[in-house]
Design a protein. Sequence first.
Length: 646
Amino acid sequence: MAAALSLSACRGHVGGVPGPAPLTPPPVATAPLRISVAYPKEAQRVTAGDTLFIYTSPTERIQSRDSAFVFGSVGQGDARLTVNGTPVPVYATGAWIAWLPLPADTLARFDLVAVTAADTARASLVAYLPPRFRPPMGANVWVDTTSFSPAGGRWVRPGEEIRLSVRAASGSSARILLPGGRVLPLVPDTSADEVPWGQIAFGTTIDPVRMPERPERYVGRWTGAFGPDPGPAMSPLSVAPEDSGWAFVEVAFGADTVRQRWPLRVGVIDPARLQMVVVNDDTAHTGKTDSSLAGRPSPDGTYHWFFPNGTLAAVSGRWNGQARLQLSRGTVAWVDAVDIQPLSPEVSAATGIASSPRLVPGDRSVTLRVPLTARVPFRVEETDRALALRFYGVAADMDFVRYGGTDPLVRTISFSQPVEDEAMVTVELTQPVWGYRTSWSGTTLVLEVRRPPVIDPTRPLAGRKIALDPGHPPAGATGPNGNYEAPVVLAIARRAKAMLDALGAQTTLIRDTDAPMDLVERLRIAERADADILISIHANALPDGVNPFVNSGTSVYYYQPRSEPLARALNRAIVKQFGLRDLGVGRGDLAMARPTWMPSALTEGLFIMIPEQEALLTSPAGQERYARGVVDGIVEFLRGRAGTTP
Ligand SMILES: [Zn+2]
């Protein structure tokens, strides 16, 4: 909650890190006094009588229920500002940010008054909040019709259990009425209340999680079909008439009863006849045939697999837009259902490793070829000095095999079968992993392992190819004074390129104009440049509902394990430049942090939504420092890897 967040507030500089001298603050802005709101974004300004109303768009609601940040500008750096009577600091640039409690309503109104010695400006900000269910006035019993979970279409295996949950008046009795007179009683949910996600995201939860005194959630467990038959698992949900076997929830309190249809249809899949599908995320026909589809261990989990187009798998479940692939008996992956296509029933999954893996040495890489009988799902598991290929649904009769190294980079290649229908080929290296990539050649899986660059510890950047990615457009964050992230990070990247090239690097700017560029294209440019390192440069913003005064500062994200030292070096160097709060490094499921061919990291050096940090990001001196931090971080990482190459 908001109160819990502000308890841990500590503003100011990080101790113990000797940084460059503080920058001189920006000059005091002297534009005409004018209240503007940058977030939530203004949609309309309307004057009624002597009041100026600033409306945000009803389609862009603040996604928070208790507190939210609002920021903007008053034009003058020496103005005083209040929001609903509470003073809000105005920075020298005229920018301000406020952290405000939200009403229990779908509309929030904030009265803003800005005052200077000569002038006063007033505005009422009207912002939209998420729609919420309101029990009918005076009713003893009610059902929150927005709270049915799950809802929609779902397909399960026989015997698979579903947890049903609905919000209704506390102290009632609740049950589900099914066709044929069957009844499933529901019980009040006494499990812990949910912690708002903003607190989880930054680890700021300090209150013990409280249980609601009178639970308003009712839960039950169900196995088998539910509601009207939803049809085949990989087909669009068919239309079900009113009288086609829907289930109803009935909530009773004393003599009062309400009944609502449960908007859920569950179908049961025949496990002996699973639908085979092929991964093809090129439904837009862009011709990008080398892309891959991300898979998660649970519908809302993080990415764990990347299935190249053409991969075959069987579907064992679906929940609305997500399909569950049965990779092996014990492993499933959830993917977006639109990115897989059903195959004819004759296609079966039976596959195996056809023959022994083969190692092919090359100048810049060494390639392992693993012949299979079909494009089966696989995953690359990376450790410090090894890459393991795990193949799913593969029944092989191969004994444990170990090959000696025939290349200075490869120590051994081994084969194993951790479970009956999964097989692993492990390449142990003589040095830490620098990069790799996988592709299909027919039904042979090709793993290309990159040879690490030879680094001169006295001139670590000499001859290094660096790719710098200025984040956005499209999308991106905006600061209180209306400064947009994309041009700011481009200016920083240009400065960093100049510094890197002066130290002997060949730097590629992935974007050098204001034109939007998609993430796949950015990764392709870095790969085509054969970059040794990729850095994506950003300015941060928070999601709705997170207190910016507690959660702003410097952070860096990585995804692949071998990129963690790079992320740490960058974070240390940028923290040293600005001396702001160190939010640390995080493992981020971000496209620009995920490439496998080179170590990569994404820097969130400063928060553009914080007035002081927006001023740093837009000033030449601040941009120079951010660039210096990026360069120092790269140098530190390269020095750490010098001397590992024979
Ligand atoms: Zn960004």
